[in-house]
Design a protein around this ligand. Structure first.
Ligand code: ZN
Length: 212
């Protein structure tokens, strides 16, 4: 696709929106109050709004390689804090996807430079679930299972944060783990038991009484 086409598309999109609602953009400019924070992979095939069928203003989005929620990543932590504490989203979603290049890269025994410390997070997930994963002989199936386990681990990482714990206590915010199956287009809810996980996590990571 040529770069000029992008601006043509933009004009078409504006016209389509205005045809339905002449105040569409003036209303959009007034502010946002999204119900969801979506944390997904940067993969070009996994576009949050498209797979969820939502519009601008509905979802606050953060994307990085392999949808990681790392405690010392200032970017994801800033997004989380802003979305949960200021925008007051009620649902936080981690959405992984099958055929994830980031997850596959983490399984390659090679030096990937600056990606090494990033992908280390996924290698750790593999190590914690080594027995289950190594028992899966089909390599693609093993990668796919690691995609699911990685999502679950990032959900756990979210629950470890003060922002999520406080928002759960104050207004019942929930965290969800999903996987997008690129080959079918299907969005799969991993049905992670949020309250059970929260209870386990709070035993050690309880931050909800902090003065913040
Ligand atoms: Zn990916």
């Amino acid at each position: 696709m040529k770069i000029e086409k992008v601006f043509e598309n933009n004009q078409t999109w504006i016209a389509e929106k205005l045809a339905i609602d002449e105040n569409y953009f003036t209303n959009l400019a007034k502010g946002q109050s999204p119900e969801f924070l979506y944390i997904g992979c940067s993969d070009s095939r996994v576009t949050a709004e498209d797979i969820m069928g939502v519009q601008p203003g509905d979802v606050f989005v953060h994307r990085n390689i392999a949808n990681l929620v790392n405690n010392v990543d200032l970017s994801v932590m800033s997004v989380l804090n802003y979305a949960v504490r200021h925008l007051k989203v009620n649902h936080v979603v981690v959405c992984g996807h099958y055929n994830c290049g980031g997850v596959k890269a983490a399984m390659q025994p090679i030096d990937l430079g600056i990606l090494n410390p990033w992908l280390r997070n996924i290698r750790d997930v593999y190590r914690w679930h080594k027995d289950e994963l190594n028992a899966i002989e089909d390599l693609d199936a093993r990668y796919n299972r690691l995609v699911e386990l990685n999502v679950e681990e990032q959900v756990t990482n979210l629950i470890k944060t003060a922002a999520v714990q406080e928002a759960y206590r104050d207004r019942g915010l929930r965290v969800h783990g999903w996987v997008f199956d690129i080959a079918s287009g299907k969005l799969i809810d991993l049905k992670i038991d949020f309250e059970k996980k929260l209870k386990e996590i709070m035993e050690i990571y309880n931050l909800s009484d902090s003065p913040m």
